[in-house]
Design a protein around this ligand. Structure first.
Ligand code: SF4
Ligand code: SF4
Length: 317
């Protein structure tokens, strides 16, 4: 990696030690609900319809330039950018992800999960002004607008019930008082709305990231994975994996990553070019490091060396 990169080569060893420690631990089992896209743009109390919506459920909503509230929701918006949002904005402006972060975001912590995220920067000293992408005609990055803007006025939540193997996702409606789109008569299903908004391509890449947020929120009830708070180094690694695909590519190709993990040679070539697949690999790797999920396999010789090291540490012969 380059000298000025945030993550030194030793990051790999440190994180491997953490993964090794986690491999000795049992799974957790905690009830938790996390709102991933809360759809809340303004600060006006934003009433949420408490009804859970599934893909086939319908709701009435339409946003168009003739509504009296045109562009109101693009002021003071609290928008956490997803990995796919940053990738798409970078392509939109033909700049790097790092430049998107520097120009258009502010760093923040997702407290429920104790993980760092990037939020879309709003104008004004207090951050309550208009979004930098807002114009009189609407959103200037419309075809590459963030997932939260696409979801609005829907929210997406995830819930993991105690004893359940998988999380359950559901939707809900956010009815902000200024938003007159709810008075429109256009009826659509949640599935139809999601398709119209192009959300599947976003969710496909973001799912691994959402899984990590969800699981960390679950673990945080116990103080972190197996009661251990994440180190700043691990938090930094999560931020890099979820926001900076160029650094992630350097991490995969310029450290011992490919010597350590079993990756099909054909897949390695795809990873050189395909940002979306590279990010998915990054999330799989983080799930393995953080939660000991079998999402990525170590090479046999590395695994044996790791087992020997663990045995030596335990004083076994
Ligand atoms: S990105 Fe576009 S839709 Fe989203 S808040 Fe900004 S101007 Fe509005
Ligand atoms: S109808 Fe709702 S989503 Fe559309 S501009 Fe008005 S406040 Fe924003």
């Amino acid at each position: 990696m380059n000298e000025d990169d945030d993550l030194p080569p030793s990051a790999m060893e440190e994180l491997d030690d953490m993964a090794q420690e986690n491999r000795k631990q049992p799974e957790n089992d905690t009830d938790v609900t996390v709102e991933i896209f809360d759809g809340v743009r303004g600060q006006d109390g934003s009433p949420v319809d408490p009804v859970r919506l599934q893909a086939e459920d319908s709701f009435c909503f339409r946003c168009h330039k003739d509504v009296p509230c045109w562009n109101e929701c693009c002021h003071g918006a609290d928008i956490t950018l997803t990995p796919m949002d940053i990738l798409r904005l970078a392509r939109h402006f033909d700049i790097t992800s790092r430049e998107v972060l520097e120009r258009y975001t502010v760093p923040a912590m997702w407290d429920k999960a104790d993980l760092p995220v990037a939020k879309l920067k709003m104008s004004g000293a207090d951050g309550k002004g208009a979004c930098h992408f807002m114009t009189d005609d609407g959103c200037s990055v419309y075809e590459n607008r963030p997932a939260t803007c696409r979801y609005y006025p829907l929210g997406l939540a995830s819930v993991k019930m105690k004893g359940a193997d998988d999380k359950d996702e559901f939707f809900f409606l956010v009815k902000e008082t200024h938003c007159s789109g709810h008075k429109e008569t256009k009826e659509q299903t949640v599935a139809g709305f999601r398709e119209e908004q192009g959300l599947e391509a976003y969710d496909d890449v973001n799912r691994g990231w959402m899984d990590i947020l969800m699981k960390m929120a679950s673990w945080n009830v116990l103080g972190g994975p197996w009661g251990q708070r994440l180190t700043p180094q691990t938090q930094k690694m999560f931020f890099m994996v979820s926001t900076d695909v160029d650094s992630l590519r350097r991490f995969v190709f310029e450290t011992k990553f490919l010597e350590t993990y079993e990756i099909d040679p054909e897949a390695v070539e795809v990873l050189r070019e395909d940002d979306e697949i590279l990010m998915k690999l990054g999330f799989d790797w983080m799930k393995n490091i953080l939660f000991n999920e079998p999402t990525i396999g170590m090479k046999e010789n590395v695994l044996q060396a790791s087992i020997s090291k663990a045995r030596n540490e335990m004083g076994a012969t």
